[in-house]
Design a protein around this ligand. Structure first.
Ligand code: MGD
Ligand code: MGD
Ligand code: MO
Length: 746
């Protein structure tokens, strides 16, 4: 038993576990020090369960290498020499240098760069717009191929986000009398238990299975879920669109769809029917490697499920034309009437419509005025080229951004504000290109917790960030609305909100009138809920009341979705649009279709001869979050080496033994991995986890913690492979060869 004198109840989100967050946690504190973390058994989301990363938080918070003071680089980049400076000096430097770039080259010459959806989305967009730059970007995420393609497809089709209903938006969860367990769950390109992706607690799928849900799993690799599935479709990576079109074709041609629902609530059915007919199962089977009878059986099983739900993952976004793939899958739950019904794909909304910051163009309009948004779009990288980017979500296009950093055209990029991404260790496709682009910057600020390849190679100024156990903020990614509470403090570390609010006020003094402290800003954001931060703290999470717009079910019937309060959906026509008028307006195909991966046995047969294996990168490890946690002993012990999973038949042909170090290569480069010979991968596929760097090795140039030896993104390429500017980051489809390391080779 650990001794403690205080327990602080909070909610998980990064930094610490990494993660998209949401679990209830209890921080045990003794003499001002965090001594233990446990799951909060009363929490409606996670019921006391926690992931290994959260349980290892004490090693993370008190890690000996953690940044605890602002640091200024001395000597050349990459030499690893930094000197401690005060916060005032650090913030003065940022203010002075950024303002100089603004005066000389325009605010757009400074990029505001983030990684995945940690709670930094609010602080970073706030800082970016307060400075006046349009270029808020997930730099390195090729094709912006995470989440946004799915989000875009759902918004276009039915006006809102939808997710497998595990009762998560009801205070009593699965025990609520209105709730129904899905009869069938399609786990599509996701490993929910390893990832707890996008505010979805992965073990809810297991909870549903315990209550009778049958599974269909669509994945090139066996997972815990596929081994327990009614139907496992082991498809060729990147061909999900063809599979979805084949399933739509079966459901339509066999009359298995919900005719009343389609009649009453949808438009464009005839057009979809015609498009789906272009995908007979023989064609789909040839594209996907999945036997035609398995596709038909899966389609019938899904359509028979009353209710049924799809839970899907990032490989959908990363497929060529990810937005279109997501559209095809969205149509499955719309055709079968499984939208916003108990146990189907339920519409997810941030509780009480509270968000950490404005993410939609609509909200930006209301906060800053249409004129400001129009001006942002004039300069936002990619906005002129991609109509979807201009009209849907306020991000710059990542691939065009890195190209512009190197070319200086149409205008120069001079500096990067980097907060929550270790691009050179994790996020960036084509690591070398991003390394060159970041080196070309005159000034890079990194706000992070630990030294890593990115801080080492390119940081000029480092700001030490508070961990989850040290910060005050809130979480509103779906329901419930909840507070994150500080339990301890470490060195001079500050939270992302503290850092960004202080700088935002310097760039835009008007803000001083609105916000004195971070608490003021939080309370301002919380206003639509009627609660203040103090109402939420100490475990007082809040769910919206029944019958209100941010609580399910069947809101389309009750006029709870549309701004005009009429029944229907929040789309331009008020209907579910199988034929998307939004896509048409964004110069995209209004109907879903299949596109072949940029490199493949079909599209580039010569390349395939040289590189006969499809490299699927980035399947999630439960003990790591992207490039994080390689330095946390308890976690690293569970997953010690950068591996490649390779099928026994292929390993045998290549003379490769289990545990042997091998080369993986293509025309872009060569890396080393430890072979894990296993039948769980398809024989034509190798699975290569991403985010690998070796904190135990030399950090300084040229080694940079070993990234040039082991980072799989030396072999991936940038995009966008898509007409929308979203999707098609080829993280799951690059062609490679695996080779035994010959004697004499390093
Ligand atoms: N522990 C942990 N959790 C995480 C993360 C992490 O790094 N660590 N990262 C977070 C982030 S940002 C994201 S986006 C999510 C991602 O998490 P997921 O959406 O689960 O994505 P992956 O782990 O890349 O792949 C999931 C499964 O898809 C399979 N797959 C690969 N290619 C294809 C394909 O082309 N088609 C199909 N049908 N299946 C394919 C893989 O074999 C794998 O089993 O996880 C989030 N959660
Ligand atoms: N090959 C390959 N590459 C991939 C993927 C893949 O599947 N395959 N997946 C891609 C996807 S889907 C995504 S979303 C990206 C994600 O990639 P990123 O989100 O950029 O993840 P990391 O590169 O691990 O960088 C996170 C950094 O932020 C720091 N950090 C963590 N939490 C916080 C915080 O709250 N505040 C601050 N200031 N810092 C914090 C960590 O210490 C770490 O250095 O990776 C992409 N990269
Ligand atoms: Mo992601």
């Amino acid at each position: 038993m650990v001794q403690y004198d205080r327990v602080v109840r909070s909610t998980s989100w990064s930094p610490g576990p990494g993660c998209h967050g949401g679990c209830g946690v209890k921080f045990y504190v003794r003499d001002g020090r965090l001594v233990k973390v446990e799951g909060d058994e009363d929490h409606p989301y996670s019921h006391g369960r926690l992931c290994p990363r959260m349980l290892a938080l004490t090693q993370y918070v008190y890690h000996p290498e953690r940044f605890t003071h602002p640091l200024m680089r001395v000597g050349a980049r990459g030499e690893g020499n930094f000197e401690q400076i005060s916060w005032d000096e650090a913030l003065d430097t940022v203010e002075e240098r950024f303002n100089r770039f603004k005066a000389d080259y325009g605010a757009e010459s400074v990029l505001f760069v983030q990684g995945t959806g940690r709670d930094v989305g609010g602080p970073i967009s706030f800082l970016c717009y307060s400075f006046g730059s349009p270029n808020w970007v997930q730099l390195g995420l090729a094709g912006h191929s995470c989440y946004t393609p799915r989000l875009g497809a759902m918004m276009a089709t039915h006006g809102d986000y939808a997710v497998l209903d595990a009762g998560q938006f009801l205070p009593d969860g699965m025990a609520d009398p209105e709730y129904r367990v899905p009869e069938v769950i399609v786990v599509w390109a996701q490993n929910p238990a390893a990832g707890c992706q996008d505010g979805f607690y992965g073990h809810w799928v297991t909870d549903c299975m315990k209550r009778g849900s049958k599974l269909i799993v669509i994945d090139p690799r066996w997972t815990w879920f596929s081994s327990r599935a009614e139907k496992f479709l082991q498809l060729r990576p990147g061909t999900d669109a063809a599979l979805a079109m084949g399933m739509l074709n079966v459901i339509i041609s066999e009359g298995l769809y919900d005719k009343d629902f389609v009649e009453k609530w949808t438009s464009g059915f005839a057009e979809l029917k015609a498009r789906a007919a272009e995908y007979p199962l023989e064609r789909v089977s040839a594209i996907t490697w999945v036997p035609a009878e398995d596709i038909a059986a899966a389609a019938r099983l899904y359509a028979a499920g009353k209710p049924a739900a799809v839970q899907w993952g990032v490989p959908v976004d990363m497929a060529p034309e990810g937005t279109s793939v997501a559209q095809a899958i969205t149509h499955l739950w719309c055709l079968t009437g499984n939208l916003d019904v108990p146990g189907g794909n339920v519409i997810a909304k941030p509780a009480f419509d509270v968000t950490t910051y404005p993410f939609s163009t609509q909200e930006l309009h209301s906060l800053y005025g249409e004129d400001f948004v129009r001006r942002l779009n004039e300069k936002r990288i990619g906005a002129a080229e991609f109509a979807m980017l201009r009209n849907f979500r306020g991000w710059a296009q990542p691939d065009r951004t890195v190209e512009q950093m190197l070319s200086g055209k149409p205008y120069p990029i001079k500096a990067c504000w980097i907060q929550t991404t270790n691009m050179l260790g994790g996020q960036a496709a084509n690591t070398r290109m991003h390394y060159d682009a970041l080196k070309a910057m005159e000034f890079n600020v990194v706000a992070d917790l630990f030294p890593n390849p990115t801080t080492m190679a390119v940081a000029d100024l480092i700001l030490p960030v508070a961990s989850i156990a040290e910060k005050e903020t809130f979480r509103s990614w779906w329901s419930p609305l909840q507070a994150m509470m500080p339990a301890v403090s470490v060195g001079e570390c500050r939270s992302d909100w503290e850092i960004n609010l202080e700088l935002a006020k310097r760039f835009n003094p008007e803000l001083r009138k609105r916000y004195d402290t971070v608490k003021d800003l939080i309370n301002d954001r919380l206003k639509p809920s009627g609660y203040t931060f103090d109402d939420l703290k100490d475990g007082h999470w809040k769910f919206p009341e029944k019958g209100t717009p941010t609580r399910p079910y069947r809101r389309h019937e009750k006029g709870l979705l549309r701004p005009d309060h009429e029944p229907g959906f929040r789309t331009p026509t008020g209907k579910i649009e199988f034929y998307s008028t939004s896509f048409a307006a964004w110069d995209m195909d209004p109907l879903p279709f299949y596109a072949e991966p940029p490199e493949s046995e079909v599209r580039t047969p010569e390349l395939f001869e040289k590189y006969p294996l499809v490299m699927v990168t980035g399947r999630r490890s439960p003990v790591f979050f992207h490039a994080e946690h390689r330095n946390i002993p308890w976690l690293r012990e569970a997953d010690p080496y950068p591996i490649v999973e390779i099928h026994p038949s292929v390993a045998k042909d290549l003379g490769i033994d289990d545990g042997e170090w091998v080369h993986i290569e293509n025309d872009r480069g060569r890396i080393k991995r430890k072979a894990k010979v296993t039948p769980i991968v398809h024989p034509k596929v190798v699975s290569v986890p991403h985010g690998w760097w070796l904190p135990e090795t030399e950090g300084k140039e040229p080694n940079l913690y070993g990234i040039w030896d082991i980072n799989c993104n030396l072999l991936t390429h940038i995009g966008p492979g898509s007409a929308s500017g979203y999707g098609g980051g080829a993280y799951k489809t690059a062609l490679v060869a695996v080779k035994k390391i010959q004697e004499g080779e390093e």
